[in-house]
Design a binder for this molecule. Structure first.
Ligand code: ADE
Length: 332
C-alpha cells in the first residue's frame, strides 16, 4: 500500500479513538488563541503532568494577552517558577505585548513570527486555535508516522520532517484541532518512546506497517545524541544576619533571573567569611550540565554589589530557578 493511502486511512481511525480516549487537560476545556499560545509554550520542554497546575494558575493570574502584557517581567517569571527554561516566559511576555497591540495573528506565518514560536508550535496553535490545516510535527508525531509506514528515514535529517509535514497536509481533515491533538495523544499514551508501544490499544494496529512486520521498536531511526557540555561551577550562599546575597543574572543560561552568586570553576569561599557547609549538586539543561559545589558562608557585612534579601522576600518575590534548588534548602 502507498504511504499516502495508508496515512489517509489512518486519519478517521485516530480521530475516533481520540474522541473516546483523550485526556481531560485544562487547556482543552476553554480555548482562545492566547490560551493555546500559553499552553503550547509551557508544553515545549515540560511534561503534561508538570504543566497542568501551572497552566491553570497562570491563566487565572493572566487571563488575557492584555493582562500579561501589563505585568512586569519579574511577575511573569514568578508565575513561571518551577517550569524551567525561562526564555519561554520572556518570549511569552514579549508575544503578549505584540498581541495586545496588534491582535492575534490569523495565519501560520503570523503565528510563527511571534517570539518563542517555532515551526511545531506554530502548527499546533494554527491547528488547535485557528482552524488552519497546518501540521505540527515533532518527535512524537515522527515516531507514530515512521512506525505506521515502517519508514527508516533518519528523523534528525531536516528533509524527513518536511516530507512528513507534506504527507499530513495532504490528508488534513476539517477537524484540525482534534486531529492535531489526536496525533500528540497517540504518541503520548499508546505509541510511546523508550518502552514497547501498547499496540493492543492502538487504533492503527491493523494498519501499522511496523506492527504488522513486528518491527515497532526499530522506528524511529535517529542520529546519536549530541554530548552535553559539562561545566564545573561554584555557588555562594552568602548570609549576613537574616539576609542572603542574590544576583540578577546578566547573560547566558537563566538570564534575567535571580540566582545565588555563581562562578565558573573553583573559588576560595573563605575569602567571603566563615564557611559553614558545602555540598555538591548537578543541574542538567538541554546542552549543558552544571556540576556545582555550593558553599553556605556567614559574612560580616552586606557588599560585593549583590542584592540582599530575606528568605521570605526570596520566596515571595524572586523566581529562583530550580537549578539552585539544592542550595535554597539552606534558607529554610
Ligand atoms: N504537547 C504539546 N502540545 C500539547 C497539547 N496541546 N496537548 C497535549 N500534549 C501536548
Amino acid at each position: 500500500m502507498e504511504d499516502a493511502r495508508r496515512v489517509s486511512l489512518a486519519v478517521p481511525l485516530v480521530l475516533e479513538w481520540y474522541r473516546i480516549f483523550k485526556r481531560d487537560l485544562p487547556w482543552r476545556r476553554e480555548r482562545t488563541p492566547y490560551s493555546a499560545l500559553v499552553a503550547e509554550l509551557m508544553l515545549q520542554q515540560t511534561r503534561v503532568e508538570a504543566v497542568k497546575e501551572k497552566y491553570v494558575a497562570f491563566m487565572r493570574r493572566f487571563p488575557t494577552a492584555e493582562a500579561l502584557a501589563a505585568a512586569s517581567e519579574d511577575e511573569v517569571f514568578k508565575s513561571w517558577e518551577g517550569l524551567g527554561y525561562y526564555s519561554r516566559a520572556r518570549n511569552l511576555h514579549k508575544a503578549a505585548k505584540i498581541i495586545a497591540q496588534e491582535g492575534f495573528p490569523r495565519t501560520w506565518v503570523g503565528v510563527r513570527a511571534l517570539p518563542g514560536v517555532g515551526d511545531y508550535t506554530a502548527g499546533a496553535i494554527s491547528s488547535i486555535a485557528l482552524g488552519l490545516k497546518e501540521p505540527a510535527v515533532d518527535g512524537n508525531v515522527l515516531r507514530i508516522l515512521t512506525r505506521l509506514l515502517a519508514d527508516g528515514s533518519n528523523i534528525d535529517e531536516s528533509g524527513t520532517k518536511a516530507r512528513f509535514k507534506a504527507l499530513l497536509a495532504e490528508v488534513y481533515p476539517d477537524e484540525t484541532a482534534d486531529f492535531c491533538e489526536a496525533l500528540m495523544e497517540l504518541g503520548a499514551l499508546v505509541c510511546v518512546p523508550n518502552r514497547p508501544p501498547m499496540c493492543g490499544a492502538c487504533p492503527w494496529s491493523d494498519l501499522c506497517k511496523a506492527h504488522i512486520e513486528g518491527r515497532e521498536t526499530e522506528f524511529p531511526v535517529r542520529f546519536p545524541k549530541r554530548e552535553r557540555k559539562q561545566v564545573e561551577a561554584s555557588v555562594l550562599v552568602l548570609r549576613c544576619g537574616n539576609k542572603y546575597a542574590l544576583e540578577k543574572r546578566e547573560k547566558g543560561l537563566l538570564k534575567g533571573l535571580y540566582g545565588f552568586p555563581f562562578f565558573e570553576g573553583e573559588i576560595a569561599p573563605a575569602a567571603y567569611g566563615t564557611v559553614l557547609e558545602s555540598k555538591r549538586a548537578v543541574h542538567i539543561f538541554t546542552h549543558v550540565e552544571w556540576d556545582m559545589t555550593g558553599y553556605l558562608v556567614d559574612t560580616a557585612s552586606e557588599g560585593w554589589g549583590y542584592l540582599w534579601k530575606t528568605a521570605e522576600e526570596i520566596a515571595s518575590a524572586c523566581a529562583l530557578p530550580s537549578a539552585f534548588c539544592a542550595f535554597k534548602a539552606w534558607l529554610f
